[in-house]
Design a protein around this ligand. Sequence first.
Ligand SMILES: [Fe+2]
Ligand SMILES: [Fe+2]
Length: 484
Amino acid sequence: MSQNNTTDIVKKSTLLQVTKDEIIQSRKLILQLKAPLWRKKKNGQYSIVPADKLDHFLGNRLSSEIQFYMEKDWVNRIREKIKIKKSGSEIQSESQEKLKKQNKASIKPDSEQTFKKHLEIFQKMSLDERENYLNKDIETIDDMIKMNKSLDLDNVKDIVKITTKAFYISKTTLTDNLNDNIQIPKQKINSIIAKTTILIDSMANLIQQEKVSYKDLNYIEDISTGSSTVDHMNKVLLRAIPFGIFYNEYFDKGLIAKIRAEFKNKFYNYYHQLMPYEKNISLQTVFKNGIRRMNALEFRDYALGTLLHDIGKLPDINYHDGSEGYNPRKVISHAPVSYNMIIKSGGFPWGVAVMAALHHEYYGHESGYKVEKVLFRHFKKYSQHQDYKRYFITYAEADIKNGEAFAYFPCKMLEIIDVFDALTDQNRRYRGKDYSIENALELMRKEFIETNLKIDPILFNIFVEFVKEYTVLNDPGKLDTIMI
Ligand SMILES: [Fe+2]
Ligand SMILES: [Fe+2]
């Protein structure tokens, strides 16, 4: 496109003048987001400022005379991002920030109390009241969809509040359901489950509609509910939904052809290590019946499963939010506990419960939780297959129950997001270090794929592309070297 006709594609009325100082202050963001910047030429025409010439224009002797312009939406988005950076410490309470620096262990009492306070509110509610909350939140999200709202900071904050409430409602209701002293009519539980499902569906629709603004989901890093466990659930859900949409679009855009073409050269060896007994590993062996997009029902279960995947951490919230040393029993038990809470409700699809049970299996690696072995050993067919899997990933329930495949598809998607969050979460300490997004992905490739095959390499590549396209990064070029 020549510079002369570039002015035609932007309506002048949407352009706002921005000062040179403002551009200098947001230079990094403008470049990262590839935000189009315009200058007004002497003849009154607008001309785009090419990214590689930006510094030249800013440092130009005559730059104080240049009038810079940006489209209104871009100005708002960039101003919002700068505001967040400044107000990060306001959102995450100041005292927590100080404590974090002094002694990370000190976060515990704050976090515990906030969690308990919030949980108590929902514990005291009747089932009808809880359901009303869900109804109201469904309406709020549907209104956001109708009004075509963009996911700016305030809206993302509202979404986080809504997912947090949905999470507390599920937790209190599923716990009541396990309590023999509380009689809950089946129909009531089903109706809360149905509303939770509608809520998550609406949220997926909202995010789908706002595709261009996935970047703004970066905001979730800066929003704290007071409990690191609940923050983790929110972040995982709000990343899993757009990642799932991105995954499906991979097929719609025909990009999957690239993976098919590169399978032998790039991916074969990783899989071969784990299935040395299988001579002809193909993409059809890795994904039983071939890799494909999720249908609407599968997508809904995947989103619900991510909302609830760690719900079993809550009975042990003091440990999970706290800083006590590593306790394998407590850590591992959250997966079967989550599974039990969900399956005993009798109302969630099987796949949702299985996501909770099997999201730390890591392709059977010794560091995996091995819940699968306990859960399905009583199936006769399972014992025939457990040592000799025939597939890596399946989209079908039966292949998991009979042990034919290592992993259930949504669990492998969730594993990646879960590990990514563990590494990048500033409140959790992975080997006592804070990882940038780029470093976290680099470590995932090295330790979760190269050294031992734990997460799936094909899904990892799609995830890196997703992060590259929809996240603000310090060093986007680095991601090309991390991809397989
Ligand atoms: Fe987990
Ligand atoms: Fe998790």
